[in-house]
Design a protein around this ligand. Structure first.
Ligand code: ARG
Length: 280
């Protein structure tokens, strides 16, 4: 009788899709005000180092074969590097951002203007407060939308009506995870990774129902902004300090691409915050 060798549970093959990203060089990056618990103006940040780390992120996208467009940074807007907040672009249409805090208000029109001039003429100026892809994450059949700290629920409805995609509201409850993209990221079009502690009990139940196979991250990975990651379907650009989550991703057939964005984290941002996806 032949004894069969124990087989590894088979990991599915993951497929990368080429993406188009918009980024903004942190030439004027600084921590001069505090609008989230990560920011300490007294401690500040090293702008030169931030630029180096950001350049490495941009190079990582290029090495993965993605297209990267650049918007000119504007003096006096130190958080403009966080391009994800500039808009939500789906199916060639762009839903504009309207920032919560006056310090960032001018970024909304700046991103809308860039989009209009660079192949996305259909930009909706928003009526309701929303911080773009910081709080809207797009999957194949649904857009997940955060609320609680920045984006207004009315904006979820405004986005659904404009984009014609179902938008599911998720309530954030931990001030460290003030944008949805600090607590959850899509793994391709139909699954996600997230940190349950960032969500209200009802929203946690919604996530369990929608994504029974989700990858669950722990507090340690969330606390280094490990959930602020960018996945192209296979590769996951992620903060290097998120060791546990990096291991989990590998076990599930994803290819982690660790980056060091420690300087930008002093403003409460990671790889995803620096990246706005442009979906034609
Ligand atoms: N300092 C910025 C703010 O608090 C960080 C934005 C991070 N962006 C993001 N998509 N989570 O608005």
């Amino acid at each position: 009788m032949t004894v069969m060798p124990a087989t590894e549970p088979s990991t599915p093959r993951r497929t990368a899709l080429r993406r188009h990203y918009l980024m903004c060089r942190p030439d004027h990056f600084a921590v001069t005000y505090a609008i989230n618990p990560w920011m300490d103006p007294a401690a500040g940040a090293d702008a030169g180092r931030a630029v180096e780390q950001w350049e490495a992120l941009r190079a990582a996208y290029a090495a993965l074969g993605h297209e990267v467009s650049l918007i000119d940074p504007i003096e006096g807007l130190p958080d403009m590097v966080f391009a994800a907040n500039g808009a939500l672009v789906v199916g060639g249409r762009a839903y504009g951002a309207k920032f919560t805090f006056p310090e960032r208000a001018a970024e909304g029109p700046a991103y809308a203007d860039w989009l209009r001039k660079n192949g996305f003429p259909d930009v909706l100026p928003p009526e309701h407060t929303n911080e773009g892809e910081g709080d809207f994450l797009t999957l194949d059949h649904v857009i997940l939308a955060g609320t609680g700290f920045r984006t207004d629920i009315a904006a979820h409805q405004e986005a659904q009506e404009f984009l014609g995609r179902p938008v599911v509201t998720l309530r954030l409850v931990d001030p460290r995870f003030y944008h949805l993209d600090t607590a959850l990221f899509p793994l391709g079009g139909s699954n996600v990774a997230y940190y349950p502690g960032a969500f209200s009990p009802g929203s946690r139940a919604v996530l369990e129902r929608l994504f029974p196979d989700a990858l669950i991250a722990g507090e340690a990975d969330a606390a280094v902004l490990g959930l602020n990651a960018v996945c192209d379907g296979r590769n996951v650009v992620i903060n290097a300090e998120a060791a546990g989550l990096i291991g989990t991703l590998r076990e599930h057939g994803y290819e982690p691409v660790p980056v060091d964005l420690s300087e930008l984290r002093k403003a409460g941002g990671g790889p995803k915050c620096c990246t706005l996806e442009l979906r034609a």
